[in-house]
Write a protein that binds this ligand. Structure first.
Ligand code: ZN
Length: 321
């Protein structure tokens, strides 16, 4: 088996209103808006990215802006909750900040860590978990949230599945994840060196209805490949199980393969390279619409369907570069 995937690369969800999403993730959660581009397969729709200062793998939360889709609650075969890591001492700050900005937030504790649970404007379920690893996080000095409280990237993804065994077997026997804890219908797995950014929870609910691709849902979770060879090795392993897997697809900021785990959740394995500075400098990430070469000649006609995005004014704590 190749080296395990070290953790989450990015998570992609579906929103109805990109401006509302930008206002929330930048203005409320204090993430940096690192890229505005189009969905490479549906190029008259936005694909927007948030993250740390550079959108480092392990911090990139992305959205397809698909206003024409209906809203649905997440169901079986989908990521039901996206958990982000914050320092443990920041949970009180975050609960107060969210409530102060009109976001209903509840506090809880699970598997040894406290968390604040809430929903984004499309009612996607989020958690801020007070268990942060700073290893792969690049502080964004212009965030409206002070550095000591800033989101440190992902903590975990929770997959809603109807049955435990098929997904657990695939995670452990094919992908090399390890079971590390249980809490009711929740089974926790880790990959790589474990800890925040490397956690996957299976949340087993035999009564869960099958989720649909809709606004308010997570589209897929991408796992990290450290380089192209690592990704190709994993492609061979997945293909060897008889599970359909795409060829390597060029996504400009990374290269990707896609497949579904047995519970139905869409997985991607994405390379750490080349990252978001491939087409604009770090200081101005997210400031202009970026298109992949295959769609550049249609820029003017595509822009008709893509209303300009206004990024909320930030506090200018530093250089921003
Ligand atoms: Zn993706």
């Amino acid at each position: 088996m190749p080296e395990c995937v070290p953790g989450i690369h990015h998570v992609t969800a579906i929103c109805a209103d990109v401006q509302r999403t930008v206002d929330f993730y930048v203005g409320v959660l204090g993430l940096r808006f690192v890229k505005q581009t189009v969905n490479f397969d549906v190029p008259d729709t936005y694909h927007i990215y948030f993250g740390d200062r550079l959108g480092s793998p392990g911090t990139a939360l992305t959205f397809f802006g698909w206003p024409h889709l209906p809203w649905r609650a997440a169901g079986g075969g989908q990521v039901g909750v996206v958990a982000l890591a914050v320092p443990e001492r920041s949970l009180g700050f975050w609960a107060a900040r969210l409530r102060g900005l009109g976001v209903e937030a509840s506090r809880g504790e699970r598997l040894g860590a406290g968390f604040v649970g809430f929903e984004d404007p499309d009612r996607i379920r989020l958690e801020l978990v007070g268990q942060a690893s700073d290893e792969r996080w690049n502080q964004w000095p212009d965030s409206p949230v002070a550095p000591e409280h800033q989101v440190r990237g992902f903590h975990a993804v929770s997959l809603a599945v109807v049955e435990e065994e098929p997904s657990a077997h695939f995670l452990e026997q094919t992908m090399g994840f390890r079971e590390v804890g249980r809490d009711g219908g929740r089974v926790r797995f880790e990959t790589g060196s474990g800890g925040p950014q490397a956690i996957l929870d299976l949340v087993v609910d035999p009564a869960a209805g099958k989720g649909e691709e809709a606004t308010g849902t997570v589209h897929h979770v991408a796992w990290r490949a450290v380089d192209d060879a690592h990704q190709l090795a994993w492609r061979e392993v997945i293909a060897g199980t008889g599970r359909p897997v795409t060829p390597v697809i060029e996504r400009k900021y990374f290269r990707s393969i896609y497949f579904r785990e047995p519970g139905g959740v869409l997985f991607e394995i994405a390379t750490d390279q080349p990252g978001f500075t491939v087409d604009e400098p770090a200081a101005s990430l997210g400031s202009e619409l970026q298109l992949p070469p295959q769609h550049e000649e249609r820029r003017d006609s595509l822009k008709v369907n893509l209303p300009p995005i206004a990024v909320p004014a930030t506090v200018g704590r530093g250089t921003g570069g």
